[in-house]
Design a protein around this ligand. Structure first.
Ligand SMILES: Cc1ncc(C[n+]2csc(CCOP(=O)(O)OP(=O)(O)O)c2C)c(N)n1
Ligand SMILES: [Mg+2]
Length: 426
């Protein structure tokens, strides 16, 4: 009698209501419970079923038809317990065929994989420190953290060249760091110091560095989209093989600016990759309460551009999709829309306790933490050792501590700076 499965395959029958569960009975993958919960094609309730089945695996129950029937029964019961809020979407992105991500994993060398890991860890550590500094009153004003969504910025920007542009939102610490900004100047900006990336004039929502081609965070929802199209048009005039990568939230989709921009971008074949970070909430409003078409990538169809939904908790999936879209834009074939399904681990802003969503929902998403997921992949494929990854974590922690020290010791902007950089000066 073989032990229960290392790889459990679940197939969805009509509308998630019935399950066909069978045990593959091999020891090839040996995934832990978390990986099992993230198997492709699993609805949230199916995932709970997988979890239950994974317990059997660890208890090494013998495989038997009776056990299979019992497990189906348990799953159907679990399936009837609907998961409210965004928890039910946690497995949606996994329905995507991951061949692009798998190819990216195979083609990337160790240094590239570790760079992705470092970049995501750096952003996470930066955001954790930012929360701490905010609580200590060192940072004030609006502040929106990116923890949980790191795979989107890191995967997308890794697929670009340095000369490509990035346009972001008010939740842009991660995009700015991924584009290569020093954590020192970003932290100093959050502290409102003269050494900040926007000279202390902008704060958290207005990071900007033209040299890095990081063309800003914008506080107005959807405000970055027309600017990205303008940058795209300038690229056509310059006849340079450059691309604009424009990030925005699900909350931007009902905005007129989104539709006007996609229309013109398509009509003029602008080299823009539109990346919608679908974290399921615009402040406290769930996406399906705000947008009639909750499959957001489908908004590409009327604008005659490719639209694709990727797993925004999988850095390699994002990387693969953006690589394709950027190549298309660079070749003059116009824009694409990518919906990256993701989740913010904290509230909308530092002042939001996120009471509109359940802790259970949060836990479901936290299990899909993009950094832990990449760590598991790297270790599973033996592309690096645990020690190497721990060293990266330690190095990143030191970099962020240094950034805080730099910000604390930096001077305040001079009073005569107050009215500067508002209008163009001769
Ligand atoms: C034009 C406009 N309307 C309303 C607001 C207030 N507002 C700030 S953030 C936000 C939610 C946006 O959510 P989403 O685009 O999904 O981004 P997320 O915060 O989830 O990253 C709203 C409505 C705004 N800043 N701009
Ligand atoms: Mg959102």
């Amino acid at each position: 009698m073989g032990s229960c499965t290392a790889q459990i395959v679940l197939k969805r029958a009509s509308s998630n209501r019935a399950l066909l569960l069978y045990f593959a009975g091999n020891d090839v993958l040996k995934p832990g419970p978390v990986e099992l919960a993230a198997q492709p094609r699993a609805s949230p309730c199916q995932a709970l079923g997988i979890r239950w089945a994974s317990c059997l695996y660890f208890l090494k129950f013998p495989q038997s038809p009776l056990l299979t029937y019992v497990s189906i029964l348990v799953n159907v019961v679990i399936e009837s317990l609907a998961l409210p809020g965004a928890g039910g979407f946690a497995f949606m992105a996994l329905e995507r065929d991951k061949h692009i991500a798998e190819r990216a994993l195979l083609t990337m060398d160790e240094a590239q994989l570790l760079a992705l890991y470092r970049s995501m860890s750096l952003i996470r550590r930066f955001e954790e420190k930012t929360a701490e500094m905010y609580a200590r009153g060192k940072i004030t004003g609006f502040c929106h953290l990116y923890a949980g969504e790191e795979a989107v910025a890191v995967g997308a920007i890794a697929a670009l060249y340095d000369k490509d542009y990035v346009v972001s939102t008010y939740r842009e610490h991660g995009h700015c760091l991924a584009k290569g900004a020093s954590p020192r100047v970003v932290m100093a900006e959050l502290f409102g110091k003269a050494t900040g990336i926007s000279r202390g004039h902008g704060g958290s929502m207005h990071l900007f560095d033209a040299n890095l081609r990081f063309m800003g965070g914008y506080a107005i929802v959807g405000g970055g989209l027309p600017l990205a199209a303008g940058l795209g048009l300038s690229i056509l005039y310059k006849e340079e093989p450059e691309v604009v990568c424009c990030f925005f939230g699900d909350g931007a989709l009902p905005q007129g600016a989104f539709h006007e921009t996609l229309n013109l971008a398509s009509l003029w074949k602008l080299p823009v990759v539109f990346i919608c970070e679908n974290n399921f909430y615009g402040m406290g409003t769930l996406v399906q309460n705000a947008i009639c078409q909750e499959e957001l990538y489908r908004f590409a169809e009327p604008y005659k551009m490719p639209g694709v939904r990727v797993d925004g908790m999988d850095v390699l999936d994002v990387y693969g999709a953006v690589t394709e879209a950027a190549a298309r834009a660079r070749e003059g074939d116009g824009p694409s829309l990518i919906e990256a399904v993701t989740y913010r681990f904290r509230g909308h802003s530092m002042s939001d306790p996120a009471e509109y969503r359940s802790r259970r929902e949060e836990r479901i998403w936290q299990e899909r933490d993009p950094i832990k997921a990449l760590r598991r992949k790297i270790l599973h494929d033996r592309r690096a050792t645990e020690n190497q990854l721990n060293e990266i974590e330690a190095e990143v922690a030191a970099v962020i501590d240094d950034a805080v020290k730099f910000a604390e010791e930096s001077p305040e902007p001079a009073l005569e700076e107050l009215g500067k950089h508002v209008y163009v000066e001769e």
